[in-house]
Design a binder for this molecule. Structure first.
Ligand SMILES: *[C@@H]1O[C@H](CO)[C@@H](O)[C@H](O)[C@H]1NC(C)=O
Ligand SMILES: *[C@@H]1O[C@H](CO)[C@@H](O)[C@H](O)[C@H]1NC(C)=O
Ligand SMILES: [Cu+2]
Length: 424
């Protein structure tokens, strides 16, 4: 790991090279992530730029004091402005390296956020790949490689909620983004002390005497400008279709994959609540076997919006109408809720941009993906909420000629420090 400067950092780890930057609105920005391919003997482009674009949290209490609580946390508060200083040993492990972030205040003066990100190598006891071969008579062969990855972490605390955001780079070529929700549930005072007394809709859960935690959603929309082996990429949708056999064997059915290129923005609006394969491919590059070189999105949890389409938060938060979108790259289209999110009317969102139905075939394209949660609070989350996790994976799909970590060396046995359960 080689930090190069304070504001913009280049990291080389395993086969990965990447940049980190701090943005007042997005918080952590990952860019120029490339991975070394030993067969091609060069670094290959994967992610040109990735960051959280918007974080939409509409509350479900429509009464006078609460109806307006439909927050656009990135656009209205700033994930960078809300970034907190991380602590060693608690927020990040002992082997973490910390980075500061800087932004300008309203007078144009620099403000330092110390320890805004931490970067660490993680071995959490996972397996990168393994096999026990027992088919060879008289022999039992086992090969296992431990899964070690690089984590870049940042935490934004926006009012009551804490969002823990991790970008994980795996030796296999996968990039994972994870978000952890913690902090304090937004609650209101009430005269109720027991559920039996409640005869009306209280818009949430009585989590303790006189306290109602309100129902709400979290939509974390990520901007992912993938450049798979270069700028010109295309989007491919793979549908799994049930096929009936001709009856020549006892099997009646099977499923097959039907992949079709998606050429326009409207066809690229997708809900991932049914089996679907989503690929970003390099239109002009194939493996030796003739498969199209690409990366696959393994989506995070999908929360289909339940507000009515003519309701104001639904219009301002229209980028939650689908959880996958593709746009042609446009430098003015980075913030899913609009450039000016505060008091916006919903006329500059990912939804309105994509209504133009532009061509997305064989172009520099941007993938937008939303991790969604419908959150009906429970007592277990009071007074502070145990972390609730969600995330997605960008995983190589015919990007390499074969498993890129086949040649990982088995580790030397080392005595890692043991962590003893402490008694309070
Ligand atoms: C780029 O985005 C802006 C904002 O949505 C829009 O006004 C402009 O027409 C876009 N340009 C193209 C070529 O789509
Ligand atoms: C954990 O407990 C073992 C056995 O009591 C002890 O030898 C070891 O030093 C302890 N490790 C730590 C990190 O406290
Ligand atoms: Cu919540």
């Amino acid at each position: 790991m080689v930090p190069a400067s304070r504001s913009m950092v280049t990291i080389s780890w395993a086969d990965w090279n990447l940049h980190l930057a701090f943005d007042v609105r997005a918080g952590l920005v990952i860019s120029l992530a490339t991975i070394f391919d030993s067969i091609e003997d060069k670094h290959r482009q994967v992610l040109y730029k990735g960051h959280v674009s918007e974080l939409f949290v509409p509350y479900m209490d429509p009464t006078e004091e609460w109806y307006y609580r439909t927050f656009l946390d990135a656009g209205e508060f700033g994930l960078g402005l809300s970034t907190v200083s991380l602590q060693q040993h608690t927020d990040c492990p002992a082997n973490a390296i910390f980075m500061d972030g800087y932004h300008a205040n309203q007078d144009g003066e620099p403000v330092k956020v110390s320890n805004a990100f931490c970067v660490f190598e993680r071995y959490a006891g996972d397996i990168a790949w393994r096999h026990t071969e027992s088919a060879i008579s008289g022999e039992m062969i086992t090969e296992v490689r431990p899964g070690v990855s690089l984590i870049v972490r940042t935490v934004s605390t926006i009012g009551n909620y804490d969002y823990i955001m991790d970008w994980e780079f795996k030796k296999s070529g996968s990039i994972k983004f994870g978000v952890g929700l913690s902090g304090i549930l937004e609650a209101k005072a009430s005269t109720y002390t027991h559920k039996k007394q409640v005869k009306e809709d209280i818009y949430g859960t009585l989590v303790t005497e006189n306290t109602i935690a309100i129902n709400h959603d979290h939509y974390i929309t990520c901007y992912l400008d993938l450049d798979i082996d270069g700028e010109k990429n295309s989007f491919v949708k793979g549908k799994m279709k049930t096929m009936r056999t001709d009856g020549s064997t006892p099997r009646k059915s099977y499923w097959t994959m039907i992949r079709e290129p998606v050429k326009t923005e409207l066809d690229a609006r997708i809900w991932t609540d049914k089996p679907i394969e989503l690929l970003i491919v390099n239109t002009n590059k194939f493996t030796k076997m003739g498969n199209q070189v690409g990366y696959r999105l393994i989506p995070g949890p999908a929360a289909i919006p339940l507000l009515l389409e003519d309701d104001y938060p639904r219009i301002r938060g229209a980028f939650s109408n689908y959880n996958v979108w593709i746009t042609p790259y446009n430098r003015s289209e980075r913030w899913a809720g609009g450039l000016y999110a505060d008091r916006s009317h919903g006329d500059d969102t990912l939804f309105t941009w994509t209504n133009r139905n532009r061509d997305i075939d064989d172009k520099d394209i941007v993938l937008w993906h939303t991790i969604g949660f419908h959150h009906s609070p429970s007592q277990d989350e009071f007074p502070v909420m145990p972390t609730l996790n969600g995330g997605f994976e960008l995983r190589p799909s015919n990007f390499f000629e074969s498993n890129p970590i086949l040649n990982l060396r088995p580790p030397k046995p080392v005595d890692l420090p043991t962590c003893n359960a402490t008694t309070p």
